[in-house]
Write a protein of this length. Structure first.
Ligand code: NCD
Ligand code: ZN
Length: 352
């Protein structure tokens, strides 16, 4: 049936996990998100991290100032949870119109996570405060100890930390960010309705061969790292199942090409340039284009208790070439599928 579909209009989607950075990179990347999404949850892992509502509001203003003049795109801000986060700050988030959640990075788990939480049990009182005030907690779910195999870090985090957090704080709304394994999918499916999850385009489209087979390809290196094919299949099944626990979060994470193509390349895939087109490829592969709208436009808004967007976007079956680089005077960013063809193209977007 999907084979006959060559045009798709869906409600305007949102991106529930996005890195836009700051300064000149921000100006280059934000227009990509703004042309296809109504809103995005903005990650707080700047250097230094965004840890207070006051900082988040300044960052929000910087993002708004970087948007194209006619854009109605709304950045939804988050705070970076640290061992020093106070319960007063949690209350401020609960009262803020513009700050929507806290992000937990286990210390050292990923790009700019040095300020993250070392001992997670030590911040349980903060989880209790978030539970009480109805503030969602977004979790980068990986253990960080050097002795753990990088491909096992998500599963070990779920078994040793996340299952305990969800048991102790059943009313805390948790987003398990960027799922990468079958076990993570099963965990989210079995958890109560306060547990949701985002899934990235790269984890739906690629397995770990993309990074390592036939040469080391740093533009596919992100964290949590791509896994085996059966995990990709499980993610595709979850994303296209219609289950409202699963929603779109690109984790688009721009880095200068020079820092990716490096002896110690940094983690993050840039996907904002073609986010919806990439998801459409994955959903089409699964014969489930009819499930894209729920995943991209409804489930996340419902989970965050925000109104669904009233605008629409249209995707058409047209082939186009992804540029090799996106450049401004200061930066060069290599996007996902650089120099390759995509078969879906965003042809219209209207923000209600
Ligand atoms: C992200 C980044 O670059 O900020 N990198 C990544 O590989 N996903 C951080 C993160 O979300 O883990
Ligand atoms: Zn991220």
């Amino acid at each position: 049936m999907d084979k006959l579909i060559d045009k798709l209009t869906i409600a305007l989607p949102d991106d529930w996990h996005l890195h836009v950075r700051t300064g000149s990179i921000l100006k280059t990347v934000i227009r990509h998100s703004a042309r296809q999404f109504g809103r995005a949850i903005i990650m707080p892992n700047l250097k230094p991290p965004i840890t207070s509502v006051e900082q988040a509001l300044l960052y929000r203003n910087e993002i708004l100032a970087a948007l194209p003049a006619d854009s109605a795109f709304q950045p939804l801000m988050t705070l970076y949870l640290t061992g020093n986060t106070s319960s007063e700050e949690i209350q401020k988030v609960a009262e803020s119109e513009h700050v929507h959640a806290f992000k937990l990075y286990p210390a050292g788990a990923t790009t700019n996570s040095d300020a993250g939480v070392g001992n997670i049990e030590a911040v349980y009182p903060l989880f209790a405060a978030m539970e009480k005030h109805g503030v969602p907690l977004l979790i980068h779910g990986e253990v960080t100890n050097a002795e753990y195999d990088i491909f096992d870090r998500e599963k070990i985090f779920i078994d040793s930390q996340l299952s305990q957090i969800t048991q102790q704080f059943p009313a805390l709304r948790i987003v398990a960010e960027h799922l990468t394994t079958l076990e993570a999918v099963q965990f989210v499916e079995a958890a109560n309705d306060n547990v949701g999850a985002t899934i990235t385009p790269q984890h739906l489209l690629y397995n770990r061969n993309a990074i390592l087979a036939g040469g080391i390809r740093p533009h596919f290196y992100c964290l949590p790292i791509l896994k085996r094919e059966h995990h990709r299949q499980a993610l595709l099944k979850a994303a296209t199942s219609g289950n409202p626990k699963f929603f779109l979060g690109t984790d688009s994470a721009p880095h200068p090409t020079s820092l990716k193509e490096n002896a110690c390349g940094c983690a993050g895939c840039y996907s904002a340039h073609a986010a919806l087109e990439l998801y459409a490829e994955a959903f089409e592969q699964a014969g489930a284009l009819d499930k894209l709208e729920g995943f991209a436009s409804f489930h996340g808004a419902d989970f965050y208790r925000l109104p669904r967007n009233t605008g629409t976007i249209t995707l058409e079956k047209n082939s186009w070439s992804v540029p090799a680089q996106y450049e401004d005077t200061d930066n060069r960013i290599t996007p996902l599928k650089a120099g390759e063809q995509l078969h879906w193209q965003l042809t219209a977007a209207c923000n209600g």
